[in-house]
Design a protein around this ligand. Structure first.
Ligand code: 4AD
Ligand code: MG
Length: 429
């Protein structure tokens, strides 16, 4: 088995060979240090003159930052070392010498770092974010898989808009205009009629026109959809899922959270139940906090920030005016101007991380809504069929992965939550 830094404890007192990249180095007389990074951790390797081949001692000085190398040595416990171990080297072999590395250990501007995103990913903070992102995905999928959800894969190329017609990316499909999926929801609804509880997880696309710290053009969404579930049950599912993922990161990714200097006491509070308030109460809350907003208005980034900061855990706001929400949402039978929907706003001002609703399940209503929204009925024929043949109450939601990662990691900007962000007019690297 290959030895990696994360699991070096198993090799304590023994010789091991590690492969990786030179993170840093320093020399003082007869001793040279190479800080090795192997993708699982960082370890200091000590080279003593006379105790290693001369060529290895020379190389420990001449090797450049980010060169790939193999180091052999004795694994020693070292309480003061960050990972608890050090390597007393016996040999160093060069695999590939790196040219002068553009990202040095000094500070760089964001513009420069984004241009070098493919290299920036190697830095300690980006490494921590990547691992937390992966942990969140695994936790959420575990939660759904363990609760009898069936993964259904929804298409990326779609003939109709799923979520508003203003943010579509058109694609030519053998002469027919189709779009990159904005959501898998509509297809999920059809799959739910087969397996009852389904979810999809994949990239979604929105040609957003504004440049904000919360929007990407390509982002990953986790979307559960459940037959015979109402709005209240939908909110319960969302809070359970989010709380589970946050607690999992706390349990398994403490070192990464520490690298990011994340205040974990804030995350510890993230347990179900989350507060639930109606849209109208949210408007009142905003007015009390001095925001100029009136019933009927949609919430923007500023309002979401204020709402999120008012609670110690995510808050769920339900029953928005139907006029500002999507065509497929079921109306509240008590007041048909309201939609049976909710948004989950993260604490600490990270904005909307989840949007969900109970779906319109009445055939005639849905057909009317499609016309009212000037959508092409022919493209939605299959979607309407789901109501034609044994319609059933059903609900679901979409969780924006990158916004969730930004919140859990405490990142100010969404661009660092995905390896290669797609932002307004920026598609390199
Ligand atoms: O609220 P949205 O638009 O909901 C839907 O797409 C539903 N069809 C989902 C469903 O019910 N199955 O998007 C859901 C979430 C938002 O709460 C937000 O977290 C994220 O997706 N999101 C974005 N994240 C990053 N960049 C963007 N441009 C985003 N747009 C939405
Ligand atoms: Mg939304």
């Amino acid at each position: 088995m290959e030895t990696v830094i994360e699991k070096i404890g198993a090799s304590a007192g023994k010789e091991a060979t590690l492969t990786g990249w030179v993170y840093n180095k320093r020399s003082s007389g007869k001793v040279r240090f190479v800080i090795l990074r192997d993708g699982t951790g960082v370890i200091q390797c000590v080279f003593l003159k006379g105790q290693v081949p001369d060529a290895a001692f020379e190389l420990a000085d001449s090797v450049t930052q980010e060169s790939s190398v193999a180091v052999t040595g004795l694994v020693r416990e070292e309480k003061r070392a960050p990972g608890g171990f050090e390597l007393t080297a016996t040999d160093l072999k060069l695999i590939s010498l790196a040219e002068p590395y553009p990202i040095t250990l000094k500070e760089h501007g964001v513009e420069f770092l984004m241009e070098h995103r493919h290299l920036w990913l190697r830095s300690a903070r980006q490494h921590a974010v990547l691992r937390i992102r992966s942990e969140i995905i695994k936790a959420m999928r575990d939660y759904l898989d363990d609760n009898d959800f069936v993964l259904g894969d929804t298409p990326i190329l779609t003939p109709a808009a799923g979520e508003g017609t203003t943010t579509l990316f058109p694609v030519d499909y053998y002469g027919e205009q189709v779009y990159l999926a904005q959501t898998g929801q509509l297809y999920n609804e059809a799959i739910a009629a087969s397996v009852r509880k389904t979810y999809c997880f994949g990239p979604t696309f929105r040609a957003e026109k504004s440049k904000t710290r919360r929007h990407l053009m390509e982002f990953w969404m986790l979307e559960p959809e459940v037959a015979f579930l109402d709005l209240s049950g939908d909110m319960a599912l969302a809070e359970e899922l989010v709380a589970y993922a946050v607690q999992r990161v706390l349990a398994k990714r403490k070192p990464e959270l520490a690298t990011l200097e994340r205040d974990t006491t804030k995350l510890e509070a993230v347990k179900a139940p989350f507060p639930r308030i109606s849209y109208l109460d949210a408007v009142k809350l905003l007015q009390d906090k001095g925001k100029e907003i009136k019933p009927g208005d949609d919430f923007g980034g500023d309002e979401e920030t204020v709402l999120g900061e008012a609670f110690d855990r995510p808050v769920m706001i339900h029953h928005y005016p139907a006029a500002i929400k999507a065509f497929y949402m079921k109306r509240d039978p008590q007041d048909t101007s309201l939609a049976l929907c909710f948004d989950m706003i993260a604490s600490e001002g990270y904005g909307e991380i989840v949007g969900g609703s109970q779906r319109e399940d009445e055939l005639a209503e849905l057909e009317k809504r499609i016309i009212e929204n000037k959508l092409p009925p022919e493209a939605y024929r299959w979607y309407v069929d789901v109501r034609r043949y044994g319609s059933f109450p059903h609900s679901g939601f979409g969780l924006g992965l990158e916004r969730t990662v930004a919140w859990v990691c405490g990142l100010k900007h969404i661009r660092e939550t995905i390896p290669f962000p797609r932002m307004l007019e920026k598609v390199y690297p």
